[in-house]
Design a binder for this molecule. Structure first.
Ligand code: GLC
Length: 829
């Protein structure tokens, strides 16, 4: 049996909010408070609302961009650099009398401070420090502006106070490294980019402006009070053979007035503040980008008015409050409550904005927005920001080809699509068998949430070229309108049609370059490799469409879709059941992977949960599959993805085996996949098991942040598994499907509050130790106040709606205009 299996009481929920040596969550402000600067890794936050923005660490490392970190970059960041987490949005402070200098956010100087605190909030970060009586606070945020704002910008609001008994003259040097807007050229084509970008101080605008001769695009960095000096040239500011910790200009206490006719461009403004004891002063810096440089003055002038800064911050707060309010809960577990009322939905929306494109780990140069990733991210946002989901989904449908498959990823600004990793293997399939099916699932979720059935009539042009050429003659347009009907409904049919037309010898979907697991590359060109998991995903997608057809009063179509489900489920059950669990896939030679006869990769987690989610397995099989996964894959950090891992390259599966044992898809704990186990356990009515998995992965209650390293307020993509020497180490925080799926898992399956076409279902699978919970949720314009009380063992529900008992577990849609519905659910036998 599995020696890593958690002991039974590992899952018992704490009732107090967890803290760790580096910080704690403050529910009164919804901020994660970091109490020392030297966190195990930079703990980052996101600025902006999906357009202009960027990342910022707890010591102000990070960078900014407008809509696209590769194609419209504002500032620079050096991944893999030493010292780590540089450069950033820095302010150096220097005492004029003594010449001592330090970083207002600790970096990049890193001299000891008397106090330090970073508060990561929703869309803003505030860092407060004090040294020898000089108190400094910098609040970083992006004022919300309309999507077509021609001159988006971010603010750094610096407040300084003299907490000492004597007058202090403080010299203030700001620092941001400006990037050539094409960040890829900025990194790779220095012979060009280093001669192109130039910057100078523009008196009239009180700002440094940077740009090229051939384009109007201009970056600007200004301040509300005119500076006494500036620097635009990094080499002049830093000096030869020096670093950001001791730049020559700061050491000397005097800006050099450099312009940058080429080379490395920076924005550094110099101010001097004379503060009497107890006195406070502030400087507002404005960093932004525009194609209409004539607009810059208006923006820098607007934020000279403190009232405008206050209004902008208030607008940001209101936007997030409205988003958070759409679903709030009180549960007996303080960590669960805290996550659900803030960081979980916050992470979901950030993932929808930036997919897997830009983070402390993903450089913003490489891959663009992932199609499958973003469709899944939509699931976690659709209840609170349905408009954002509708437009993002339209973009995603726009990268679908007429034969039904999609680009794997694309750059949001240019629309340029690509096949991702598949590009590296010209003789292997260039498509992924799951991408297009996620769009079906996400679109159905959007329709259930909003009732916006007209959405299906919107027309979205298909992407051009890239026919896969592998569909069999005569099956091209099954099940309906593939390729000719460019409504969203037509796109959905094209997606199902692609899967049906690209089946392998057993009748399961061909795997293509890979399915959800990017590293499971079993099709090496023969077309024989098939994905058992994708068959289960297809089953879910087609059932969702069947439910939709039912609701729309099209029973014949619904029956046809159910027939597709049943046929696929029968096929899976006939060829992929291994006795105690489901196999993972067929390889290129038609051999099963993920079965007990194998030495490596004997069992894989995801078919065991998706046999439930896709309603594929008969009940006893489903329970056995989930129990096998629990026994063989369970760890205290959540279930691993597979076991035993490969040890060295195995050409059968390719990518997975490139990782060392226990890393990522090779036997790591893949948090995204682990979330599906929460869903499946709850779907089987096992609230204790669902909660056990949920708690194991809950960021706020990670037991040992020195071991897990990553930010304790967001999910990470993976955690090193038992076979890895760094077992328990988390990697790749923030942009992961774990965010949306954990949110769906706990809100819709453990708490059991699920939208359906006909109303809101209340079907909790809460842990047996919970006496109940309460929640307030916005659904189709009506507020639902929901109280669930356990009355006995079991998971049956009796509903009372506005004081009247109703049959079943669905609260029917109220009369139009109803503002509030009060639901009481008694849980028990
Ligand atoms: C990464 C990818 C995602 C993929 C997963 C599993 O998270 O972004 O698309 O499904 O890995 O391989």
């Amino acid at each position: 049996m599995n020696p890593h299996a958690p002991k039974p009481d590992d899952a018992v929920g704490a009732t107090a909010l967890a803290a760790n040596p580096y910080g704690y969550y403050d529910p009164s402000t919804r901020e994660y408070v970091i109490t020392r600067p030297d966190t195990p890794a930079p703990w980052i936050n996101y600025l902006g609302q999906g357009r202009y923005g960027g990342i910022i660490s707890n010591t102000a490392g990070g960078f900014s961009f407008d809509r696209d970190p590769r194609n419209r970059r504002v500032s620079r960041y050096r991944y893999n650099s030493l010292p780590p987490d540089q450069p950033g949005r820095y302010v150096y402070l220097r005492r004029k009398d003594t010449g001592e200098y330090w970083g207002a956010t600790w970096q990049p100087v890193r001299v000891p401070l008397d106090s330090y605190e970073c508060r990561h909030g929703a869309g803003y970060t505030k860092i407060t420090t004090e040294r020898k009586g000089t108190w400094a606070e910098i609040l970083y945020f992006v004022p919300p502006t309309p999507p077509d704002d021609p001159c988006p910008a971010e603010l750094w609001v610096l407040r300084l106070a003299n907490n000492s008994q004597s007058t202090q003259v403080i010299q203030v040097f700001s620092y941001v490294e400006l990037s050539f807007t094409d960040a890829s050229s900025d990194m790779h084509n220095l012979d060009w980019s280093q001669h192109i970008l130039s910057s100078r101080y523009d008196e009239g605008r009180h700002a440094i402006v940077a740009g090229t001769r051939f384009s109007p695009t201009t970056q600007f960095f200004g301040s509300d009070r005119p500076p006494l000096g500036y620097d635009c040239d990094r080499e002049a500011f830093v000096g030869p053979y020096r670093g950001l910790e001791d730049p020559a200009v700061v050491v000397a206490g005097s800006p050099s007035g450099s312009e940058a006719p080429r080379g490395n461009n920076i924005g550094s403004l110099y101010h001097e503040l004379c503060l009497e004891p107890g006195e406070e002063a502030r400087i507002v810096y404005v960093l932004g980008i525009t194609d209409t440089p004539g607009d810059i003055t208006a923006v820098t002038e607007r934020y000279r008015d403190p009232a405008e800064v206050g209004l902008a911050l208030e607008a940001l707060r209101r936007d997030w409050e409205a988003y958070f309010e759409a679903f709030s809960v009180q549960t007996p577990d303080a960590d669960t409550t805290a996550m659900l009322n803030c960081w979980s939905p916050r992470q979901c929306r950030t993932a929808l904005h930036w997919s897997r494109f830009v983070s402390g780990y993903e450089t913003g140069l490489g891959r663009g927005i992932g199609t499958r990733d973003t469709a899944q991210d939509a699931l976690g946002v659709v209840n609170a920001a349905p408009g954002e989901v509708a437009s993002r989904m339209e973009q995603l449908w726009g990268v679908q080809f007429a034969d039904g498959h999609t680009w794997h990823q694309f750059f949001p600004l240019t629309g340029e699509g690509g096949p991702g990793l598949a590009a590296e293997r010209p003789t292997w399939p260039r498509w992924f068998c799951d991408d297009h099916l996620w769009l079906v699932i996400a679109t159905c979720a959007y329709l259930k949430e909003t009732g916006d059935y007209g959405y299906m009539e919107r027309r979205v042009a298909y992407a051009q070229e890239e026919a896969v050429g592998s569909r069999r003659a005569g099956q091209g347009s099954e099940p309906g309108h593939a390729g000719t009907d460019d409504t969203i409904w037509g796109h959905m049919m094209a997606a199902l049609g692609f899967t049906l037309a690209n089946r392998g010898p057993h009748g399961l979907p061909r795997s293509g370059f890979s399915d959800w697991d990017d590293t499971l590359n079993v099709d090496h060109g023969s077309g024989l490799a098939e994905s058992v998991w994708c068959a289960m995903q297809f089953c879910r997608a087609v059932l969702d469409v069947a439910e939709l057809a039912d609701y729309l009063g099209r029973p014949e179509e619904a029956a046809r879709f159910r027939g597709m489900h049943d046929e696929m489920a029968d096929t899976v059950n006939a060829c992929a059941w291994d006795g105690s669990w489901y196999a993972r896939c067929f390889d290129d030679d038609g051999r099963l992977v993920g079965v007990s006869s194998e030495a490596r990769h004997r069992i894989n987690l995801i078919p065991q949960s998706w046999c439930v989610i896709g309603e594929v397995a008969p009940l006893e099989r489903a329970k056995l599959a989930m129990a096998s996964a629990h026994d063989l894959l369970g760890t205290p950090y959540g279930p691993s993805l597979m076991w035993p891992p490969y040890d060295g390259g195995d050409p059968r599966v390719n990518g997975t085996s490139t990782f060392p044992p226990g890393a990522k898809e090779n036997g790591g704990i893949f948090c995204h996949a682990a979330a599906w186990s929460v869903v499946a356990a709850a779907q089987l009515g096992d609230g204790d098991r669902a909660y056990e998995y949920y708690r194991q992965l809950l960021p706020l209650s990670r037991p040992d942040v020195e071991r897990s390293v990553v930010e304790p307020y967001v999910y990470c993509q993976n955690i090193c598994g038992p076979a890895h020497p760094q077992y328990g180490l988390g990697r790749n925080a923030w942009l992961t499907g774990a965010a949306a799926w954990m949110y769906v898992a706990v809100t819709q399956w453990i708490l059991g509050i699920r939208p359906t076409h006909g109303g809101l279902r209340i079907a909790p699978a809460i842990p047996s130790a919970w006496p109940g919970f309460s929640a307030r949720r916005l659904f189709r314009g009506t507020w639902y106040d929901i109280t669930v009380r356990r009355q006995g063992p079991g998971s049956g529900v009796s509903l009372t709606v506005d004081g009247r008992p109703v049959p079943g577990d669905v609260v029917a849609l109220p009369a139009p205009g109803t503002s509030q519905v009060v639901v009481l659910a008694a849980l028990g036998d």
